[in-house]
Design a protein around this ligand. Structure first.
Ligand code: BGC
Length: 774
């Protein structure tokens, strides 16, 4: 592909999008850096309810609690919602012309253009603003969320009067603190009122501490002018610290002003109250000596590093190329890297799902990080480790005398789902975490993490299964180990017995505990002592794993989603109008639970994660059974079908799933992108490329590849880190090329051939494999 075409595919132009809904565009063009995220809203909106947008700044992990009111409150139900705070929009600007102010009367704002340069993370926007008396101004914004210092967000304004010359006043102030914009009628968009307090701090620029009332958290937020123009004055005369720009503008001539925001780390309310001067100093430290352009250069440099390691290049299919880059961009910018935060299901681009972390992180987002940015992967798993005590508490509250029971959806580690059938009952999250830990350790060989955190996570979750399941009475399960009343990945069934995925994952979890215990017994025996691991316990784990019941329908030769799954009626798909999807918005859950209908891949997730469990014939039978039952009402579903379609060599179908899922947010195909992007789906699109098209499988001997390029493409290129080495894989129609980029050596297997890449003589840095016909 020509260089200019490659550059183009890093640009997201407004013209690329057919949907012009304001809230949708706010999400798509949102900028973030793992700590903070800013929606790309109308800069004049602030907290005016214009019925068109939901502006705001989100800080990963900054949430408030609100009491959950239940009609019928049973024992053990969670008491509180946890809702990410929607803080003032740093893009906010007040314009005053002829005594008319944009915060008091509505100025018409028309979006003329938007362009996101994903290569550097710079967003350029142009708005046309008309005052109530007909004065027209052009306002352009350039913004970025720093990838070099995650406390920083910068905005540069350029203002130009179009049909007049005269006085224009601009104010950079945040007179309000909490913005809550709700969208009714969609359970995926719940948003509640947080109670935030604000106190302005003493400084020669505007600064405030923001604290939450119930969760007792606080942070410092400040902004400063990043230029020298004496027209920009700091003013706190009326008790509202702000910058004021009193301008005399000439028709057609532009003036520019740059501002830098710093959003400090989250502390306890008490800490912030006592140390705000110090926290303010920290927050300000980086801004003080910089300009917009030096800060941008630092950030763009980091972006470059990201693309160097994580880019996926597709030749021959510009739309998919742009789609995957957009997904990688958001995946990267959503990830908390401080070990205290994770990745909200909607990233930091919206309040959808209230800023909660789900299994999405471990099962759909983490793989990309494990193989391209292991440090980030470690930070995300560290977050889980920090919630382990909470998970232990939850297990005790549940009546288990050991182990850890992780929350299904949470920010602070406590369960935040008021609806337990699609919340706490999704206990597979425990095994998901263990699975992810082991994948991370296998791929990176990070023994330090294993010893300090990973083993404990695996052990405590194994202990959970030992207590949560039981040896059933002699029945169809023949005295095997059963796990009853759980909800698997498919949320259109709930509280089932022996969900195949859950049982298989629990079995794996138990086996992981045994094998890592054996390993640590040799290298770190004191760790086992510290955690109270006994031989008897390990024997019990092995016995349970060996006895795990995995439901299977012998007649159909298909893995059964759960004990009763195949006895139920099939959902009347032919009588379901197209507009009634997603079904969850139209049918009572009980109606769905009583039918064979899948929201997303469930048993097939197990086939995906354990490729050695079945031969291709078995996989085909499972795939053919579940595919017609699956609505893909969750954006996590199609990528899994795409990868498995590759494995059963249904290549056209695999490509169709890619084409449908890669543009989930750009096409708003789930209908709720206005509440935030679908980061799990974005992570899964990385999986589609590597596990799907490249056919990557992590086998015992190392990484295997079974590539098959879609006919629509001419090449696919990406990089992988594996055990300290980094290599690039370039797949064309008939060949796969491997080149070692970092590290001394790595051995991989491609279509059965061993590929030993080495930096030592004889030079074998690059190798080519002729692909077999598939
Ligand atoms: C899916 C879950 C997912 C959640 C958050 C739901 O629609 O069914 O699997 O964890 O969304 O993305």
């Amino acid at each position: 592909m020509a260089i200019s075409e490659q550059k183009q595919s890093f640009q997201l132009h407004l013209q690329d999008l057919t949907n012009r809904n304001a809230s949708f565009l706010e999400t798509i063009y949102a900028l973030a850096n793992g700590h903070l995220g800013v929606r790309a809203s109308n800069p004049l909106q602030g907290n005016l309810r214009l019925d068109e947008g939901m502006p705001g700044l989100f800080v990963n992990g900054f949430y408030d609690l609100s009491h959950i009111t239940y009609g019928e409150s049973y024992a053990g139900y969670p008491e509180n919602n946890q809702t990410i705070a929607q803080l003032p929009d740093p893009r906010y600007l007040v314009i005053e012309v002829d005594g008319e102010r944009s915060d008091q009367t509505t100025f018409a704002t028309r979006v003329v253009d938007k362009n996101l340069d994903m290569e550097t993370g710079l967003l350029n926007e142009l708005f046309e603003i008309t005052t109530p008396s007909g004065k027209i101004l052009q306002l352009s914004l350039s913004t970025f969320a720093s990838q070099a210092d995650d406390g920083i967000y910068c905005v540069s304004y350029t203002i130009r009067p179009i049909n007049f010359s005269g006085a224009v006043k601009l104010y950079k102030q945040h007179p309000y603190i909490d913005q809550v914009f709700t969208r009714d009628g969609d359970i995926r968009a719940v948003s509640r009122n947080n109670i935030l307090d604000r106190q302005f701090l003493n400084a020669d620029f505007p600064a405030m501490q923001i604290t939450t009332q119930r969760s007792q958290l606080g942070l410092v937020l400040m902004w400063r002018y990043l230029g020298e123009d004496s027209l920009v004055k700091f003013d706190r005369s009326d008790g509202m610290p702000k910058y004021v720009m009193d301008l005399d503008l000439q028709q057609g001539l532009a003036e520019s002003f740059d501002f830098g925001y710093s959003v400090g780390r989250i502390h306890s309310l008490m800490d912030v109250a006592m140390n705000h001067t110090q926290y303010l100093k920290n927050a300000n430290a980086h801004l003080e000596h910089h300009s917009f352009s030096t800060l941008f250069t630092e950030s763009a440099h980091k972006m470059q590093e990201f693309w160097h390691n994580s880019d996926i290049r597709i030749d021959g299919d510009p739309e998919t190329q742009k789609g995957i880059r957009f997904n990688l961009f958001h995946l990267h910018q959503s990830a908390g890297h401080d070990g205290k935060t994770s990745i909200p299901a909607k990233g930091l681009t919206g309040a959808g799902y209230e800023g909660h972390y789900f299994w999405d992180t471990e099962m759909f987002m983490l793989p990309a990080f494990i193989y391209t940015d292991p440090q980030m992967a470690r930070a995300l798993l560290t977050y889980r480790y920090h919630t382990l005590d909470e998970a232990r508490r939850q297990a005790r509250d549940f009546g288990l005398d050991g182990g850890a029971m992780f929350a299904w959806r949470t920010i602070n580690g406590m369960e935040a789902s008021p609806y337990f059938p699609a919340g706490l009952a999704a206990v597979h999250i425990n095994a998901d975490i263990a699975y992810a830990v082991a994948e991370y350790v296998q791929v990176t060989d990070d023994q330090d993490f294993l010893v300090k955190m990973g083993f404990e996570l695996i052990l405590e979750t194994a202990r959970f299964w030992q207590r949560f399941g039981s040896f059933g009475i002699d029945g169809p399960q023949g005295g095997k180990f059963v796990i009853n009343k759980v909800t698997g990945p498919d949320e259109y069934s709930a509280m089932v017995n022996n969900n195949y995925y859950t049982n298989r994952m629990a079995q794996h979890n138990l086996r992981l505990a045994v094998s890592y215990a054996k390993q640590l017994k040799k290298s770190h025996p004191s760790k086992l002592e510290e955690l109270g691991v006994t031989e008897k316990e390990l024997q019990s784990f092995t016995h349970i794993a060996d006895s795990m019941y995995l439901p299977f329908d012998k007649e159909l030769g298909v893995k059964m989603q759960d004990d009763g799954a195949f006895n139920m009626e099939i959902w009347p798909f032919d009588q379901t109008p197209r507009d009634n999807y997603p079904l969850l918005l139209h049918y009572h859950p009980m109606r769905l639970y009583r039918h064979q209908v899948n929201k997303q891949a469930d048993t097939l997730m197990s086939d995906l994660l354990f490729p050695a469990d079945q031969d291709i014939e078995q996989l085909k039978r499972d795939f053919d059974y579940y595919e017609p039952l699956t609505t893909h009402d969750s954006s996590l579903s199609r990528p899994i079908f795409s990868i498995l379609a590759h494995r059963i060599l249904a290549h056209h179908k695999a490509y169709r799933y890619i084409a449908e899922s890669i543009l989930t947010d750009l096409n708003n195909s789930q209908g709720n992108s206005q509440d935030g992007v679908h980061v799990g789906n974005m992570g899964a699109s990385w999986m589609e490329m590597t596990l799907g098209v490249a056919g990557m499988i992590r086998a015992d001997r190392g990484l295997e590849f079974h590539p098959h390029l879609p006919v629509q493409w001419s090449a696919l290129t990406f990089k992988i880190r594996y055990r300290g080495s980094q290599f690039e894989m370039h797949i064309t129609r008939n060949q796969a090329h491997f080149s070692l980029i970092e590290g001394d050596q790595v051995t991989i297997y491609c279509d059965g051939q061993e590929v030993a890449l080495s930096s030592k003589a004889p030079v074998k840095r690059m190798m080519t494999v002729n692909l077999t016909e598939k």
